[in-house]
Design a protein around this ligand. Structure first.
Ligand code: CDP
Length: 219
């Protein structure tokens, strides 16, 4: 079984996907984290932000010997656990540009399909229901008001001890929404057969139960 959860930043995808996975005994794959791993690698190599045209070539090269691993919802880059580092604002700042590169997407989608082979999986991302698994058993498209999404992300980061401003987070969310939904390769959009759920004024519990009902009536 494949369940696809797509939607913009902060709409609640990963929180909900984790809870549904636990409840249903599914494997959870956070595909956004994979794009974050590539972005962190590019940042560590000093590729992003100062190299203009060469940047694209260098990022493509970096894919050839990319060493990433995902085990029990922890994310490894060159064998180091970077699960916390990939959530840092500097990664959020750059990830949408990296994720817009065709070669990056091809590699990640390939890995996502391999990871999901002969497993019951719930994946969250931007293009799961449209590109990665167009035949998914259930497709959910989560949305929420941008101000509410910024508040949620702000609370998460503050809890982790990050020094962030809510305005910056709000701007980053709007910027990523724009890049993600207007890019040429696999833009963020609702699949025709996806069920849209607006989480703005719903509790996590409510959304989880709504989705569990859909999963159960789908089996
Ligand atoms: O958790 P949050 O909503 O902040 O974002 P994420 O799921 O970690 O994804 C980070 C970025 O990766 C997104 O803004 C997209 O640019 C990209 N992404 C993508 O292009 N395709 C996916 N399937 C998942 C993420």
């Amino acid at each position: 079984m494949i369940i696809a959860i797509d939607g913009p930043a902060g709409s609640g995808k990963s929180t909900i996907a984790k809870l549904v996975a636990k409840d249903m005994g599914l494997v959870y794959l956070d595909t956004g984290a994979m794009y974050r791993l590539v972005t962190l690698k590019a940042l560590n190599e000093g590729i992003l932000g100062n190299d203009g045209l060469n940047e694209l070539d260098k990022i493509k090269k970096l894919l050839d010997d990319l060493n990433i691993d995902i085990r029990e919802n922890r994310f490894y880059l060159d064998d180091a656990d970077v699960s916390e580092e990939i959530r840092k604002p500097v990664v959020s700042e750059n990830v949408s540009d990296v994720a817009a590169i065709r070669e990056v997407r091809e590699k990640m989608v390939d890995l996502q399909r391999k990871f999901s082979e002969s497993k019951n999986v719930i994946l969250d991302g931007r293009d799961i229901g449209t590109v990665v698994f167009p035949n998914a058993d259930l497709k959910i498209f989560l949305v929420a008001d941008a101000k509410e999404r910024a508040k949620r992300r702000y609370r998460e980061l503050i809890e982790k001890g990050e020094n962030v401003e809510i305005e910056e987070i709000y701007e980053n969310i709007l910027k990523r929404d724009k890049i993600d939904s207007t890019r040429k390769e696999s833009p963020l959009k609702k699949a025709k057969d996806a069920v849209e759920v607006d989480t703005t004024s719903k509790s996590i519990e409510e959304v989880k139960n709504e989705i569990l009902r859909m999963v159960n009536s789908n089996i």
